[in-house]
Design a protein around this ligand. Structure first.
Ligand code: TXA
Ligand code: MG
Length: 330
């Protein structure tokens, strides 16, 4: 792992790493981010793996400005007003995924919405510009640890997991961005952060505060309790070692039971990173008319397997109503 002063050369090297699917830690005005190419499922899987996240929490995609955001989300007049007032800066907007949006399904945890923000830190901006792609980035710490506001914090927490840390000095805001959901009739505050509720309401009028979601740290640790996670319409049967003719099989590893109506293999070689990268797309593909149920082979409970199994458990419970009783958007 290298900690580099941000120069034209180190930023170009960071962009090169990102474009070939590797991770780079970089400063934003809020906290340091652990960045990966938001359009590359494997790179996003690597982010979850490096963080040791027991769940797939949807990630924020970082872009340069509103013009770029419009390529990835369905933009709205309210988004336009907020971006004009707060971007670049510590406000994340949750908007519907644009048709054909290349943002990784894993980055959005299979949701039909995308969280997007334009950071104001010049190093973050230079990196996004040099990479030419949206950058998915959660805070650059191991899951459960506090968010890093200095390059040294990142090195302590993730030094062995990230090849390059761009050192932009201490973060000026020091708390994460405010997350505002614009897919609801009244915009809903999902996470308080660097942009205040008062400042937001001064631009767009009264907003709602999510109750489905505990605020702050608790929210980040248990995002799966949030309403909006995608759950398949079909029942999901876990730990399947044999399969019925009416079932679609989500397989894992080289030895696959025969007889399913349709089979997709998360990773024939048993690679959990590959499985994570394929999870949401394959679940969606199996969730189709003609299939009575989705059977899932056992996934090892190690590494990324924890997050995969967490997501699968939620999917299997989600059938008779979302886990928390709120409407699903999937
Ligand atoms: O300041 C920040 O936001 C930092 C820097 C690096 O930009 N990033 C950060 O990311 O804090 P993370 O992954 O730790 O937090 C992302 C938050 C989570 O609370 C997540 O649940 C929410 O954004 N989020 C992401 N996508 C969402 C979506 N589609 N719908 C609802 N919430 C979403
Ligand atoms: Mg975080």
């Amino acid at each position: 792992m290298t900690i580099a002063e941000p120069t034209a050369q180190s930023v170009a090297e960071a962009a090169r790493l990102l474009r070939c699917g590797q991770l780079v830690a970089f400063p934003t005005e809020t906290v340091y981010g652990l960045g990966g190419d938001a359009t590359n499922e494997r790179a996003v899987a690597a982010i979850f793996e490096a963080k040791g996240r027991p769940q797939f929490n949807p990630l924020i995609s970082h872009v340069l400005d509103a013009a770029e955001a419009r390529k990835f989300v369905r933009w709205t007049p309210v988004a336009e007003k907020l971006a004009a007032a707060f971007w670049p800066g510590p406000l994340t907007l949750v908007l519907p995924r644009a048709p054909g949006s290349p943002i990784s399904l894993l980055a959005t945890a299979g949701l039909d919405s995308v969280a997007i923000r334009a950071p104001s830190h010049p190093v973050a901006q230079a990196l996004i510009r040099a990479t030419g792609r949206p950058i998915a980035a959660p805070s650059a710490n191991r899951s459960g640890a506090v968010s890093p506001t200095q390059a040294a914090h990142v090195a302590e927490s993730l030094g062995d997991r990230v090849p390059l840390i761009l050192d932009g000095g201490p973060c000026l805001v020091g708390v994460e961005s405010t997350v505002l959901d614009l897919t609801t009739t009244t915009p809903t505050l999902l996470r308080p952060g660097g942009a205040t509720r008062e400042a937001i309401e001064a631009i767009i009028g009264p907003i709602a505060v999510s109750h489905a979601l505990p605020s702050g740290d608790a929210a980040r640790k248990s995002p799966g309790q949030l309403a909006s996670h995608y759950a398949p319409a079909r029942p999901v049967r876990l730990a399947a070692t044999s399969v019925g003719a009416d079932e679609g099989l989500l397989a894992f590893g080289p030895t696959v039971p025969q007889g399913a109506m349709l089979t997709y293999n998360l990773s024939p070689s048993g690679d959990l990173g590959e499985a994570a990268a394929n999870l949401f797309a394959m679940m969606r593909t199996l969730d189709r008319p003609g299939i009575g149920r989705i059977a899932v082979m056992p996934i090892p409970e190690t590494g990324l397997g924890l997050a995969i199994n967490d997501r699968l458990r939620r999917a299997s419970q989600g059938h008779d109503g979302a886990d928390d009783g709120t409407a699903r958007r999937g």
